[in-house]
Design a protein around this ligand. Structure first.
Ligand SMILES: [Zn+2]
Length: 350
């Protein structure tokens, strides 16, 4: 199994960052040493001339985030530039994976356990996986949350806050032009997790600024059972509602809103892999009597013929590194640091 840590931090943004850096010193170094496929995505010489614009943009809209990153650098005893590189991520403008990609999100809007969010986080060769963690963050200002991310990276758009807002993302891509002056989407969603109590508030927050980033599909769910998927080929953002009569919504590595079908720059093979996963789940959901936490665990453990939800490197092109569940009405989250088909979930309280 690859590294998975559970840590807690509290206080000002700088104090939260410092405690994170201190607790994850070894894992952040391990993350930084990985190659461009899974480590810092942009060579340092290309990153440095663009860094000032990024930092200035961030200072205007979310200065606390920069303070938290400074804290991480201090706590981990690493140059701030290294921490910036694994946080303000940049991808090349094209994202053409030949075979497929990973990460599946499911949300139930109602059931015996209240609303339920579930996500499997998929990566490549587990021997070369990024060290990951659950961070329970209790900031001096803002809503406490548990976020699931890679060690040293503060914002990953997966997690749940103490008000019962849960969100998870799947990578998709974007063919639209983006500017370094746009707000990086992952930090912006982290701000949303610290400030929003409901799905409606989070949508309004995310739609308030054009973003930049790889391009994602997200599910958003709150404790009242309000759910949607944000389809965000950055800088564009559109909202997809659950299908009529459905008490669930899901997202994979493809945009499902018809006008956005080709907004991703994905190859046909890659998109078909994601759509096959969505179809597999839709069939299962049509046969689900009860949308319970137990049913969510079953769905996250599903193996498929070509592509499953729980993915194993020896038979698929992606590997499920860890699995997350959020129970917004109960105020608790669960994480299985490995394949959910045989790894026990541990309970966390934001
Ligand atoms: Zn499995």
């Amino acid at each position: 199994m690859s590294t998975f840590r559970i840590i807690e931090c509290s206080g000002t943004p700088r104090e939260c960052g410092r405690q994170t850096g201190e607790q994850l010193r070894a894992e952040i170094r391990e993350h930084l040493e990985l190659g461009p496929e899974v480590g810092p995505h942009i060579p340092d010489d290309q990153w440095r001339p663009r860094r000032a614009t990024y930092v200035a943009r961030m200072k205007e809209a979310f200065a606390e985030y920069l303070e938290e990153l400074e804290g991480v650098a201090e706590g981990a005893d690493l140059p701030l530039n290294d921490i910036h590189r694994i946080n303000m991520m940049m991808w090349p403008d094209t994202l053409r994976l030949p075979d497929g990609d990973g990460c599946t999100n499911i949300a139930f809007t109602a059931g015996p356990d209240g609303p339920v969010w579930g996500k499997n986080n998929d990566g490549f060769d587990p021997a070369n996986a990024r060290p990951a963690c659950a961070r329970i963050v209790r900031p001096n200002k803002g809503i406490p949350s548990v976020t699931f991310t890679f060690c040293g990276t503060i914002a990953m758009s997966d997690g749940m806050n103490a008000e019962g807002l849960a969100l998870g993302h799947s990578s998709v891509g974007s063919k639209f032009q983006q500017s370094d002056h746009h707000m990086p989407i992952r930090p912006w969603s982290y701000k949303g997790l610290q400030t929003c109590r409901t799905t409606a508030e989070f949508v309004a927050h995310m739609a308030s600024k054009p973003t930049r980033g790889k391009g994602y599909s997200m599910v958003v769910l709150d404790k009242h059972g309000s759910a949607c998927s944000l389809e965000a080929p950055c800088p564009l953002l559109q909202v997809r509602a659950p299908e009529p009569g459905a008490a669930w919504i899901l997202c994979v590595n493809a945009y499902l809103l018809p006008p956005l079908k080709e907004a991703d720059q994905r190859t046909v093979e890659c998109k078909n892999d994601a759509l096959a996963r969505a179809e597999l789940l839709k069939r299962e959901l049509a046969n689900s009597e009860s949308l319970s936490e137990a049913r969510m665990r079953e769905l996250l453990s599903l193996h498929g013929e070509k592509t499953g939800v729980c993915r194993h490197w020896d038979r698929e092109i992606m590997n499920t590194d860890y699995s997350m569940i959020g129970l917004p009405a109960q105020g608790k989250a669960l994480v299985a640091p490995g394949h959910p088909c045989h790894t026990e979930y541990r309970e966390l309280t934001p």
